[in-house]
Ligand binder design. Sequence first.
Ligand SMILES: Nc1ncnc2c1ncn2[C@@H]1O[C@H](COP(=O)(O)OP(=O)(O)O)[C@@H](O)[C@H]1O
Ligand SMILES: [Mg+2]
Length: 225
Amino acid sequence: MVELEEACFSYDGRPVLRDLSVTLEPGSFHFLTGPSGAGKTTFLKLLYLEHLPDSGSFTLFGDNPVEATRREITLLRRRIGVVFQDFRLLEHMTVAENIALPLRVAGRDPQGYANDVAELVRWVGLGQHMDALPRQLSAGEKQRTAIARAVINSPDLILADEPTGNVDPDMGGRILRLLIELNGLGKTVVVATHDLSLIRAARGTVGARILRLAGGTITQGAGEL
Ligand SMILES: Nc1ncnc2c1ncn2[C@@H]1O[C@H](COP(=O)(O)OP(=O)(O)O)[C@@H](O)[C@H]1O
Ligand SMILES: [Mg+2]
């Protein structure tokens, strides 16, 4: 699914990731941990092709993104769902419209996906808030909207960057359960978090593995939690 070998990445000549080698198997669930500033967000940005490695090899869904055309990058990115810590919802659009956005952008017919959107809204527990605007939602509701938007396209890979960073522990548990359910449907999931209680909460429920990011590189835990 994803294979990086000796990948390096610098911001303006300042190395953030170095000699990073990691393999994510299809259907796996990973927590990405490490202190603030370690490069977790940067690593996720490599995975969703916002940045490309400066050196090293990179295989994503069997392709080499470093040599891909812009069109190919767009197609690869459609197979990835991203959940941002700060939600990134469009404020003038309703919950349902935000969730449907990836389908609209992909040029799909709104009549064809209305039912899928409604079903997903209910799955994340926002059936009552379908027509609400983001500013009318709590942080947990915003994050569940963001999760629904990330998965509406049925991506193969789901990346969540500190998805519980802005919600209380109960809601954090609920968000984690949604991500675990998605993994149960066969999706590969990577959750960046420095919240150890979240990781402990997953113990026994999912074959989660831990990627530890420190000193610009990842140590891949051999076993499960
Ligand atoms: N756009 C950027 N330009 C320059 N430096 C950046 C940029 N984004 C992040 N950094 C730096 O890269 C390092 C890793 O950041 P980040 O990936 O956000 O870490 P984490 O998500 O683990 O907190 C930090 O030192 C941060 O200041
Ligand atoms: Mg971060």
